[in-house]
Design a protein around this ligand. Structure first.
Ligand code: C2O
Ligand code: CU
Length: 524
C-alpha cells in the first residue's frame, strides 16, 4: 500500500454541460471532478482548496473513515465547512475497502451545482479481474439550469405540497443535450452538444462502473444490443448475473461487464431518468417541461463510422423504481456476520409535516434535522465531545455496544420512495416491504443478505437493516434525494461515543471552525 496525493481546487467556472451555459461549482475546472483512484489498502491524502467564494466540504460517499470520523466531510456533524480561500487536507486509509464510490459536497445542495466525481478503489484480489480488458466510469446526474441558490428558497413557500424541482437534462459523465428552443431568451445555448462516446474494440470486454450522482433522479442505464453482467454492488462482489437494464437510484453504484461481441457499429448508451419514480404531484417548481428524460451516449466500435447509432432499446426487464432485485444482488460469498444477537434496536419513522409557518419539512422521528454549522456545536462534536452533551433530539441515536449488531426498523409514512444512505458503514438488508407488507422477523434475510450502503425505501413501505457498531463516529443516515436532505430528512448515528471522545481531532479540522469565526468577524 502507498499514499496517493490529490489536489482538488473548488472553483466556479462557466460551463455548458448540456449546451446551456451556466456557472458550475467545478473541481479543478471539471464537472464531474477528476476521478480519484487508489488500490485497496492505500491511503488517500486529498488537499481540497476552496475557491468557491462560499463555504464547502467534500464527503467520500461509501468510504468508512474508520478512525477518521472527522474526515467524513459533513458540515454540522463532523467538521465546520471549509471557508473560502482555505484548504483542508482529507487524509484517510481505504483500509480493506474496494469497489466503486464517489465524492461530493455535503454543504447544502452544493453537489447539485457540480461538486461531485468518482472514487475507485481497485482490488488486486478482484475475482473478476481476468474477465474484462478495460474499464470505464460512468457518472450519471440530473442537471438544472438554475443554481441551487435559486432553487432552494422555493421550498420555503408556504403551502407547497412538495419540493422536487424538475431537472432540465440528464447527464452522462457530465454531458447532455438540451433543446435550446426552450431556453430563456438571451441565454447562451447550443442544441448540438456532441454525445459522449465510449470506444470499444470488438471482442474485448469492458467493465462499466456506474455511479448515480443525481440530486433526485432514479436512472435506468442500458446499452442497446449489449447485455450487462452485474459483478459489483457498492464495494461488494456479487454473483454474476445477466440483465438488460440497470435501475440505479440516487447514491447507488454498480459494476457491470459488457462484452463487445456485436457487429462493428454504433450503439446507444442510455442513461434515462425514470419519470415513473418522480410523481408529478410532487413537482411544484416546474420551470420547464421541455426536458428530454433520455440521456444518450454512444458505444462506438473501432472501425465503425463516425455516425449516430440507429440501434433499438431493450424492453424493461426490471421492476420500475425499485432496487435491482435480490437475484442480481447476492454477494459472491454469503455474508453471515449480520446473523446474530441484536444489541440495539431503533425504530424510525420518516414523514413530511409543516412547520409553524405552514412550510413543508421532512421529519425523521418527528424531528426535522437542521445541521448546526456554528462553531460551538462542531467543537462539541469534534473536540469536547462527551456523551452527556449529546443532542437529545429523537433523530440522534447513540450506540454503545462495541462490535454489536444494530437493527434499524424504518417505516416510510409517505407516498414517495426514499433512497437512504448510511455514512461510515455498509448494512445488510433484512427486509424491504411495499405498502401493507409488514416486516416479520421470520422473513428476515439473515443468512445471505444483500449488503450495500444506499437502499430504496418504497413509498409507504418498510425497511429493516442491520449494521455492526464498530466504527466510532457521528454518522449521517439520510435520504439521498438532496431536496429531502434540505427539508431535514436526516438522522445521526452516534456510535461508540466513549471511544470517540478519547480520539484526537486533528488541529486543521478544529481550526476550520476558528477560521469561520474569523471570517465572520472580518465581515462585521
Ligand atoms: Cu452521498 Cu451523506 O451522502
Ligand atoms: Cu427522500
Amino acid at each position: 500500500p502507498v499514499t496517493r496525493y490529490y489536489h482538488l481546487t473548488l472553483k466556479k467556472v462557466q460551463m455548458s454541460p448540456d449546451g446551456f451555459e451556466r456557472t458550475v461549482w467545478s473541481v479543478n475546472g471539471q464537472h464531474p471532478g477528476p476521478l480519484i483512484q487508489a488500490n485497496k489498502g492505500d491511503r488517500l491524502v486529498i488537499n481540497v482548496t476552496n475557491n468557491f467564494d462560499d463555504p464547502a466540504s467534500v464527503h467520500w460517499h461509501g468510504m468508512f473513515q474508520h478512525g477518521t470520523n472527522w474526515y467524513d466531510g459533513v458540515p454540522g456533524q463532523t467538521q465546520c465547512p471549509i471557508p473560502n480561500d482555505i484548504s483542508l487536507v482529507y487524509n484517510f486509509s481505504t483500509t480493506d475497502q474496494y469497489g466503486t464510490y464517489w465524492y461530493h459536497s455535503h454543504f447544502f445542495a452544493q453537489y447539485v451545482d457540480g461538486l461531485r466525481g468518482g472514487l475507485i478503489v481497485y482490488d488486486q484480489d478482484d475475482p473478476y479481474l481476468k474477465q474484462y480488458d478495460y474499464e470505464y466510469v460512468v457518472v450519471l446526474s440530473d442537471w438544472h439550469h438554475n443554481t441551487t441558490g435559486v432553487l432552494l428558497p422555493l421550498s420555503n413557500v408556504p403551502g407547497y405540497a412538495g419540493f422536487r424541482p424538475i431537472p432540465d437534462s440528464p447527464l452522462i459523465s457530465g454531458v447532455g443535450r438540451y433543446n435550446c428552443t426552450a431556453a430563456p431568451p438571451g441565454s447562451k445555448c447550443n442544441s448540438n452538444q456532441p454525445l459522449p462516446v465510449y470506444k470499444v474494440e470488438k471482442n474485448k470486454k469492458y467493465r462499466f462502473r456506474i455511479i448515480n450522482s443525481a440530486a433526485d433522479g432514479a436512472f435506468v442505464f442500458s446499452i442497446d444490443q449489449h447485455k450487462l453482467k452485474v459483478i459489483e454492488l457498492e464495494g461488494i462482489y456479487v454473483k454474476p448475473t445477466i440483465i438488460k437494464k440497470l435501475p440505479i437510484n440516487v447514491g447507488q453504484r454498480y459494476s457491470v461487464i459488457v462484452d463487445a461481441n456485436q457487429p462493428i457499429g454504433n450503439y446507444f448508451i442510455r442513461g434515462t431518468l425514470d419519470k415513473r419514480c418522480t410523481p408529478n404531484n410532487n413537482a411544484t417548481t416546474n420551470f420547464n417541461s421541455a426536458i428530454d428524460w433520455n440521456g444518450l451516449g454512444i458505444l462506438r466500435y473501432e472501425g465503425a463510422e463516425n455516425t449516430k447509432p440507429n440501434s433499438k432499446e431493450f424492453n424493461d426487464d426490471f421492476k420500475p423504481c425499485r432496487d435491482l432485485n435480490k437475484k442480481h444482488s447476492l454477494p459472491l460469498k454469503p455474508i453471515t456476520k449480520y446473523d446474530g444477537h441484536v444489541s440495539d434496536f431503533v425504530n424510525i419513522t420518516i414523514a413530511f409535516g409543516r412547520d409553524s409557518n405552514q412550510r413543508l419539512e421532512a421529519l425523521v422521528n418527528n424531528v426535522s434535522f437542521v445541521p448546526q454549522m456554528n462553531d460551538a456545536t462542531v467543537n462539541k462534536i469534534t473536540r469536547d465531545f462527551a456523551p452527556k452533551d449529546l443532542p437529545k433530539e429523537e433523530n440522534s441515536v447513540i450506540f454503545n455496544h462495541n462490535g454489536g449488531i444494530a437493527e434499524l426498523y424504518v417505516w416510510n409514512n409517505n407516498t414517495a420512495d426514499h433512497p437512504f444512505h448510511m455514512h461510515g458503514h455498509s448494512f445488510a438488508i433484512m427486509f424491504v416491504g411495499e405498502k401493507g407488507q409488514l416486516p416479520n422477523e421470520s422473513k428476515y434475510d439473515k443468512r445471505n443478505p444483500i449488503v450495500r450502503d444506499t437502499v430504496t425505501i418504497p413509498g409507504n413501505g418498510f425497511l429493516v437493516i442491520r449494521f455492526i457498531t464498530d466504527n466510532p463516529g457521528i454518522w449521517a443516515f439520510h435520504c439521498h434525494i438532496e431536496w429531502h436532505v434540505e427539508l431535514g430528512m436526516v438522522m445521526q448515528l452516534i456510535e461508540l461515543p466513549n471511544i470517540l471522545k478519547n480520539e484526537t481531532v486533528p488541529d486543521d479540522v478544529i481550526s476550520l471552525c476558528l477560521e469561520n469565526e474569523f471570517q465572520k468577524r472580518k465581515t462585521l
